[in-house]
Design a protein around this ligand. Sequence first.
Ligand SMILES: *[C@@H]1O[C@H](CO)[C@@H](O)[C@H](O)[C@H]1NC(C)=O
Ligand SMILES: *[C@@H]1O[C@H](CO)[C@@H](O)[C@H](O)[C@H]1NC(C)=O
Ligand SMILES: CC(=O)N[C@H]1CO[C@H](CO)[C@@H](O)[C@@H]1O
Length: 506
Amino acid sequence: MTKFNTAAAAPLHVVIVPLLAQGHMIPMIDMAQLLAERGVLVTFITTAVNASRIMPIIDRVHQSHLPINFIELPFPAAEAGLPEGCENWDLLPSKELYKNFFDALFLLRNPLEQHLKDLNPRPTCMINDMFNAWTADVAKALNIRRLVFHGTSCIYVFCCYILQKHNIYEKVTDDAEEVIVPDLPTTVRVSIMHAPGWLNVPGFKQLRDEVLHAEETADGVVMNTLDEIEPMFVEAYKKVVGKDVWTVGPLCLYDKDFSSRIVRGNKLAAVDQDRMLSWLDSMEERSVLYVSFSTLGKMKVGQIFEIGAGLEASGVPFIWVIRGVEKYSLEVVKWLEGFEERMGLRSLVIKGWAPQAVILSHKVVGGFITHCGWNSTLEAVSAGVPMITWPHFADQFLNERMVVEYLRIGIDIGVKKPALYWGEDEIPVMRDDVERAVRSLMGDGEEAEERRVRARELKEKAMKAMEEGGSSYENITSLVDYMHQTAGTLQGCAGNLLYHKMELPV
Ligand SMILES: *[C@@H]1O[C@H](CO)[C@@H](O)[C@H](O)[C@H]1NC(C)=O
Ligand SMILES: *[C@@H]1O[C@H](CO)[C@@H](O)[C@H](O)[C@H]1NC(C)=O
Ligand SMILES: CC(=O)N[C@H]1CO[C@H](CO)[C@@H](O)[C@@H]1O
């Protein structure tokens, strides 16, 4: 796109600044490894608690002798009013602390700059998670290029960008009202409920503006998606942002090593690996349903009962991951005991974190009930597993649409509005919905079979994309070329960024 003076001999040194949240951090570690394999020196920023959580992956990176340095910055939890050790989005005890969490990230600005200033060789490029708008100042101070990393689908990234740019929602009074998304070759309708945009919650306006501004002023964009999944949206996004966009996903396919997959994200998996594997091995091919939702948020008790009843009635063997069981009442614990006893060998209930990538890629797994987080969606695509989609919030409703309407590898369970819009006593999905969706996804019907075939074909395409000559592989090549061309040249279009420390909530 733009022409740069080449400063050929400069050694490449990229700084990666992830958002300290599980789903965001792991894909960026995969990207770090891909870049390091292509000869780029990588400095990966993290904090102590998180480093300990990703320790098994760090250990393996060290053993592989890839040139990646993990840097632990002290996390200013207390200064931002967070309890000690709350260094990761999913460790926050309550929603009231979200803002403090972002405050703490902003406070990393000076320590990061100080640290990077002294590095040798000096950094030549920075890739930051889109939410880390504060890194723009750091890149500016160091006079290096800054690329934004998007960890979610391009359908969502594009819709957020274009709706905000044209202020489309300004005239909308009903969150369910549909608007037409501009600048697409076909008619796509979305609502505030299904495409709320980044941080569309009261009290976050300033941060939201800063995040968008940092995206607009970045030198380029790196995305964890691939052309084979959403070409229309990738093309449209490239057109409107008017800068280089590299699609390098699915990044989860980088990690083919079984032992590291098993510890992906958390070394304290809540299940005995041997027991899990022998249970899986005892099942028939493609017969098992995997049920797991986001790492964030706690499910309503009534909803747990409905899922359980639906799974029981479906007659299908399943793995069900339930997080935070310790936070539920004795009633739930008792119910679960009885449930597991009744299900016997037909079920494996995992209370806590589960090695999702391992489970999904096991040949007996034939379906996945998912909240449609992009990371989980890509893991399912990469494993060729069809899905039952049950979105909760944010990008998940558009990811569902990608899976169900465009890729046609899923069935929606019928959730129409995000979690926030449900009343205290309302239960979004009843047992019959669960049973019906499970039976049709896992059954022998023609539609189910065609869905399986499409999912398998897509898996092949995703794998090809990551291999030499594939679209994502070649995008990494092109990204590294860009880094060579721009190393040592001044930062591009970054404007003046004014950051203010956000007000702490009262
Ligand atoms: C993706 O999300 C799932 C569930 O939220 C989690 O178990 C898994 O570790 C995540 N994977 C990555 C690559 O972050
Ligand atoms: C990068 O990916 C895009 C689509 O995501 C594709 O059109 C393009 O050809 C790829 N670039 C290279 C250099 O392969
Ligand atoms: C969730 C988690 O892994 N927490 C760990 C963070 O690191 C400290 C020590 O640095 C451990 O004690 C925690 O268990």
